[in-house]
Design a protein around this ligand. Structure first.
Ligand SMILES: *Cc1c(COP(=O)(O)O)cnc(C)c1O
Length: 462
């Protein structure tokens, strides 16, 4: 540095005598809650933040999340090259818009739309937004029918199992719809046709059925619900439809259980949502919603923005939104095809069923589900255990595993479980390591006969 020249941050970092890692910045606290007056060199900011994030759980040991934690290098590259695409600017990025259209078409076909040309759909930020859009269409259609009959429209309700993901509770609260939950009972952990029908009346905008319950991974019997509603509608003159929340199952059932009829093969299934960032194998956040027929999406909900020079029909809660997740979804469709998705999910399922069988053999655990629907299962402790599921969750956390423990909802809030979500990147070797760590945890508590099992923890919804 020339004498008299002002020393800059970059000199600190780049000069030979200052350690390159972070120089003096790592000796001082970094700005946390107030924006600093001056900035930092990019390398230093990068190192400081990356280090802080090491404290987060390791996403690859995260058996709690449904969300994709591994993608191929080519997908990462493509995503970082398309970070600047804004999904809403369909006029500026017409090819991104075209790719979105191709993806919805592929999904409509995957879900056996009777006529893909006539199906409509769009990408969203996740299943939660997709569920809001599907639910709104149900509400508007119900209102149209009621108004045409000169009947009141002030008391809409929606019927679903108590095992719904929290997005449906939000939907009902935000759009002022009475949620009617079928509670759990004994070893019935989800919605059944028989229980659903008991809660339906003329003000029911629709029934939500779940393909892949977040509590234990099981599929609800959508066909049975469909058949019961066909009968009920014929008897009463109502037109109660079904929306399928296939956040996980929408990308699993078509590949692993193609014989299960849960999709547009059933006449009352009007719309389906899924999460591209779960078993669609894309990093967060992308979701999808598809309607079987344009007629199921009220024109009233579609905004025709004359924006930056084009008429752009749009149905979404967000405006600007990243386009690169949609690009990554299309990458997976091209890269994997039917065969690739099938193979990856079959592997996850094989590992899930291997792990659940291994857990059942350990002794103090009973399975609630085994991973044979989506590769997700839940298990609980039995009377051979002197510990709780919460103890186990904490104990395996010491080894880095994230295996959540939570209680079930009404009327099974006496039941607490652990849940494993098996995804691409979770190998049979890792399953063996987890089994080993579970055995170590069992031995640890066995050596402490006076241990008082930890209770509590709150409900878990992801
Ligand atoms: C994950 C999940 C959701 C919410 O999906 P996001 O993509 O996280 O918004 C809704 N329903 C079910 C059944 C889910 O598993």
């Amino acid at each position: 540095m020339l004498h008299g020249q002002k020393k800059t941050h970059d000199d600190d970092v780049n000069s030979v005598i200052t350690p390159a890692y972070g120089g003096r910045y790592i000796r001082e606290p970094i700005p946390k809650y107030l924006m600093p007056q001056e900035g930092l060199p990019p390398k230093v900011a990068y190192n400081l933040i990356r280090d802080e994030l090491i404290l987060d759980g390791n996403s690859r040991l995260n058996l709690a999340t449904f969300v994709t934690t591994w993608m191929e290098d080519e997908a990462k590259q493509l995503m970082s090259e398309t970070f600047d695409k804004n999904m809403i600017d369909k006029d500026e990025y017409p090819q991104t818009a075209e790719i979105e259209l191709r993806c919805t078409n592929m999904l409509a076909d995957l879900w056996n739309s009777p006529d893909e040309e006539n199906s409509v759909g769009c990408s969203t930020i996740g299943s939660s937004e997709a569920a809001m859009l599907g639910g709104m269409a149900l509400k508007w259609k119900w209102k149209e029918r009621r108004e045409a009959q000169g009947k009141p429209t002030d008391k809409p309700n929606m019927v679903m199992g108590i095992n719904v993901q929290v997005c449906w509770e939000k939907f009902c609260r935000y759009w002022e719809i009475e949620p009617r939950f079928v509670p759990m009972e004994g070893d019935r952990y989800c919605l059944t046709a028989e229980e659903a029908v008991k809660l339906i009346d003329e003000n029911t905008i629709g029934v939500v059925a779940i393909m892949g319950s977040t509590f234990d991974g099981r599929y609800e019997n959508v066909k049975e619900v469909n058949d019961a509603l066909v009968e009920l509608n014929a008897k009463t003159g109502w037109e109660v439809p079904i929306h399928v929340d296939a956040a996980s199952g929408g990308f699993v059932a078509p590949f692993l259980q193609p014989e299960i009829k849960w999709d547009f093969r059933l006449p009352l299934v009007k719309s389906i949502n899924t999460s591209g960032h779960k078993y669609g194998l894309v990093y967060p956040g992308v979701g999808w919603v598809v309607w079987r027929d344009k007629a199921e999406l009220p024109e009233d909900l579609v905004f025709h923005c004359n924006y930056l020079g084009g008429d752009l029909p749009n149905f979404a809660l967000n405006f600007s939104r990243p386009g690169n997740q949609v690009v990554a979804q299309y990458f997976n469709f091209l890269r994997l095809g039917h065969e690739g998705y099938r193979e990856i999910h079959q592997t996850s399922q094989d590992v899930a069923m291997y792990l659940s069988a291994g857990i059942a053999k350990l002794g103090p655990f009973d399975l609630i589900s085994d991973g044979s629907d989506i590769p997700v299962f839940a298990f609980t402790t039995n009377d051979k255990a002197n510990f709780s599921v919460f103890d186990i969750s904490d104990k395996v956390r010491e080894r880095g595993w994230l295996v959540p423990a939570y209680t079930f909802p009404k009327n099974r809030d006496d039941l607490a479980v652990l849940r494993c979500v098996c995804k691409e990147g979770f190998t049979r070797d890792m399953a063996d390591m987890l089994l080993g760590d579970l055995q170590t945890a069992i031995d640890y508590f066995a050596a402490r006969p006076d241990h008082k099992p930890q209770t509590g923890g709150s409900g878990f919804h992801h």
